[in-house]
Design a protein around this ligand. Structure first.
Ligand code: QV4
Ligand code: CA
Length: 502
């Protein structure tokens, strides 16, 4: 009896953890959302930058066919209007997709697919997909899947703003801004979705972002997840590995639907994370309070949380929660990103954007709507309208910091009682932040062996010297740490990796 009970207990634990492992290559910790990138460009970026720099994975834009919306000049959000599960979009076709996944996996970088399985397109005047498919909106007919009337939720209704507070069933069974709402209790719908996701798994992807997960019943999602195949061992995954699944549930509190309904299934996007850190790094809160950052702040358990500062929605005022830091406030943004990457809580995701003024505008494109590739400048930053935050030194160097410090704990927390803080990660790394109007100039414990280290924020190691600040650690582990309030960045970071240690 006791044995049966412990077997049952163990299998419940394994089930709960099953979809929460990103299956990064050894020593990697961080993924980046390459928003609206083309597959060929991603493959090249894996080989020339992400692989060598130790990135763990990439969230890609939805790979399935979407409605072409010229009446709005091809907004970025047309990709959230599915026409079919054919792998043809402005990012590339099926062959280019397969090629990207193989080339990225070969250099240790995993691919995570943004899966839109809650709905199909809304009704529009135009009616051709990126793969040439058409639909009959009035009949809820999507022949390229195929879906028909019986595959959608009835009676027809549209989610109203106040539904989020009162009515979970309406949030899940009505349309999200007019997008035709699939019924995931339909056996045919389940089969079509599972076939789509399994095809991607066979092609070597490592997992999925579940778009609009809040708008689907957890019990239906569980059936779908359980039918997914294990990751493809021919792409280097261990046998028996389940896909990594992180569900988009925006839960800032006070709604009928809670993120806790989804954590028993798989990981969840933790939107409170970026909201709180944005507030702290814009001085809406003092950095010293971050001493107990994590669940004590009302955040999810660390293993359940996909963490980020901004995403493709809230960086442009879509979705929920305003005042999120983005690349448009670089000093504060890099501070918040550095804290995310230096602190052990959560599984971090970086945002990599195209620049925009118009919040609806699509990616850089030519007159025919083709996406223009990012160019790479001599200083390794991007051009042609691409921001490429992941190529900012202060950001990619902190990815290396996180990889180096591994599972070490936060120790030797120091603060000035306000907006200057510092801490060690075991004996592997040290980081300091100055978000005051005056300089930080303190002799602090770095927990590192005596020696000279290059600060990876103000510069980098070049041969046997530092292009930015050097930090000399004494035999007692202490070093003089200086971050002027008018410096370009508010962070200083040193660690045991070859990028920092002289
Ligand atoms: C319009 C009207 C509606 C009307 C409808 C009638 O606004 O009132 O009912 O026409 O046809 C676009 C337009 C929107 C339009 C809609 C329907 O912006 O005006 O409705 O299409 O055709 C992205 C954008 C949306 C966009 C959608 C589809 O953000 O603006 O809608 O793509 O193209 C909640 C959810 C959360 C969601 C978030 C944005 O809980 O799940 O809102 N986040 C995800 C994605 C997001 C995406 C979707 C979900 C939908 O991250 O990018 O929405 O797939 O918080
Ligand atoms: Ca729904």
């Amino acid at each position: 009896m006791r044995m049966i009970r412990s077997i049952l207990f163990l299998s419940a634990v394994t089930l709960a953890l099953a979809f929460k492992n990103p299956h990064y290559a050894t020593g990697r910790t961080t993924m980046v959302h390459l928003f609206e990138w083309k597959w060929d460009d991603i493959a090249a970026e894996c080989e020339r930058f992400l692989g060598p720099r130790g990135f763990g994975g990439i969230q890609i834009s939805p790979p399935n066919e979407n409605l072409v919306i010229w009446s709005r000049n091809r907004p970025w959000w047309e990709r959230y209007q599915p026409m079919s599960y054919r792998l043809v979009t402005r990012s590339g076709n099926e062959q280019q997709f397969a090629n990207m996944v193989r080339r990225c996996n070969n250099v240790g970088v995993r691919i995570y697919v943004d899966a839109i399985i809650n709905h199909m397109t809304g009704t529009w005047n135009e009616n051709v997909g990126t793969g040439g498919s058409t639909a009959n909106f009035g009949n809820w007919h999507y022949p390229a899947v195929p879906y028909g009337r019986n595959d959608f939720n009835w009676p027809h209704c549209v989610i109203q703003g106040h539904d989020y507070a009162c009515c979970a069933d309406r949030v899940r069974n009505c349309e999200l801004s007019g997008l035709k709402d699939l019924n995931q209790r339909s056996e045919h719908v389940r089969t079509m979705i599972v076939n789509y996701m399994n095809r991607l798994i066979d092609m070597g992807v490592a997992g999925f972002r579940i778009d609009a997960a809040k708008h689907m019943w957890p019990s239906d999602l569980r059936v779908i997840y359980d039918r997914l195949r294990n990751l493809n061992t021919a792409h280097g995954f261990p046998s028996g590995a389940r896909p990594y699944i992180y569900q988009e549930v925006i839960d800032l509190g006070g709604e009928a639907i809670s993120r806790n309904e989804y954590t028993p299934l798989a990981a969840v996007t933790e939107f409170r994370f970026g909201m709180e850190l944005s507030r702290a790094f814009t001085r809406g809160n003092q950095l010293r309070w971050l001493v107990n950052w994590g669940p004590q702040w009302g955040l999810l358990g660390s293993g359940d949380a996909l963490t980020f500062i901004d995403n493709h929605d809230n960086q442009r005022g879509h979705g929920a929660g305003g005042n999120i830091l983005t690349h448009k406030r670089p000093k504060e943004y890099k501070g918040a990103i550095a804290f995310m990457l230096a602190h052990p809580y959560g599984k971090p995701q970086l945002m990599s954007s195209f620049s925009f003024h118009d919040t609806e505008a699509g990616p850089p494109m030519d007159g025919s709507g083709n996406i223009i590739s990012p160019s790479i400048n001599s200083d390794n930053t991007c051009g042609n309208g691409w921001v490429c935050e992941h190529r900012w030194r202060q950001i990619f160097q902190m990815v290396a910091f996180r990889n180096t410090v591994g599972n070490t704990a936060v120790t030797n927390w120091w603060d000035n009682g306000g907006n200057q803080i510092a801490f060690c990660r075991g004996t592997m790394g040290f980081v300091a932040f100055n978000n005051e109007n005056w300089d930080l100039n303190q002799r602090l414990q770095t927990c590192l062996p005596a020696g000279t280290y290059c600060d990876v924020i103000s510069g980098e190691k070049s041969g046997n010297r530092c292009t930015g600040k050097s930090v000399v650690v004494g035999n007692d582990g202490r070093a003089q740490i200086v971050i002027g309030s008018h410096e370009y960045d508010m962070v200083l970071a040193i660690h045991m990796g070859h990028q920092s240690r002289l």
